[in-house]
Design a protein around this ligand. Structure first.
Ligand SMILES: Cc1cc2nc3c(=O)[nH]c(=O)nc-3n(C[C@H](O)[C@H](O)[C@H](O)COP(=O)(O)O)c2cc1C
Length: 267
């Protein structure tokens, strides 16, 4: 079984290709189908040179369960992390989650470079169309390479793009990022641009968005706009999926681009 988490579709795209190659089944990490397979794969995005809290929680719950712990021989456990650029020491964060749940590390961890989706700080924006296409064109070859290693149950494998200053990124920047920037309190919607299409609500992988009626004042039409419910995973799916760029994160994203994997793949 391959468990995936994906905000904007990159990790789901990789997970689907990978599952096809290995004839494996896919399950979301949110509301997972729990099985006791001999091989357990995780596919998810890197967040701030670490792992999303949804993935951390899943690992702790899933691998702590008595049935998974008592499996003999233990299942082969591996992960594919998608990233815009590099992963720092995200694999160590991942290993630590598994170590505390079941006293072991991942057998193999890989990174797959995909179009960048992080836009909420100065200097970060979506990739150009050319760069998106170049990254997406490389996915199939990379997935095949990884599938061969996984099919052969290769152990102690770390095939990752760590980038420069991995320690500082994972152990200095990440804790600050998690503390101050993984929050939905800075999301806001421009009600004059919102068309109540509900794409933001549908795209949210953790069900953190409700649509609530609002009126722009006396006589103005009543429309439904998003309200964020404080259990955000930080994936930015709501921001990227809005067809009118009506959703922004503080004042950081008004001039930033939006990413759609569907547009990049199918024009
Ligand atoms: C909150 C957040 C943090 C991110 N941090 C990193 C990072 O540390 N390194 C990196 O290379 N890409 C980073 N990215 C980019 C994503 O990892 C990358 O675009 C990923 O493929 C998105 O996957 P998804 O479409 O399945 O959500 C980040 C994206 C978000 C939304």
């Amino acid at each position: 079984m391959i468990y995936y988490f994906s905000g904007t579709g990159n990790s789901l795209h990789v997970a689907r290709q990978f599952a096809d190659r290995l004839c494996e089944q896919l399950s979301p990490i949110v509301n997972p189908v729990l099985t006791h397979d001999k091989s357990i794969g995780l596919v998810f995005p890197v967040y701030s040179w670490g792992i999303p809290s949804v993935v951390d929680n899943f690992i702790r719950r899933f691998f702590q369960s008595a049935e998974v712990r008592s499996e003999t021989p233990p299942a082969y456990v591996y992960a594919l992390m998608t990233c815009g650029d590099d992963v720092g020491y995200a694999d160590r964060v991942l290993d630590n989650a598994l170590l505390s749940a079941s006293g072991r590390k991942f057998d193999a961890v890989f990174s797959v470079q995909m179009p960048n989706t992080y836009v909420c700080l100065p200097g970060f924006d979506v990739d150009s169309d050319e760069l998106c296409k170049a990254k997406l064109n490389r996915v199939q070859a990379r997935v095949s390479e990884i599938a061969e290693l996984v099919a052969a149950r290769r152990k102690d494998v770390r095939r990752l793009k760590r980038g420069i200053f991995p320690f500082a990124k994972t152990y200095v920047v990440r804790p600050l990022f998690n503390r101050f920037l993984v929050t939905d309190k800075y999301f806001h919607v421009d009600a004059s641009k919102c068309v109540s299409c509900g794409r933001c609500r549908k795209s949210c992988p953790v069900g953190n968005i409700l649509l609530i009626p609002t009126t722009g004042g006396q006589g103005a039409e009543v429309k439904e706009v998003p309200k964020w419910m404080s259990h955000c995973s930080g994936c930015l799916a709501c921001y990227h999926s809005c067809p009118h760029h009506a959703i922004n994160f503080g004042n950081m994203t008004a001039a930033k681009g939006q990413y759609s994997i569907m547009k990049q793949l199918h024009g």
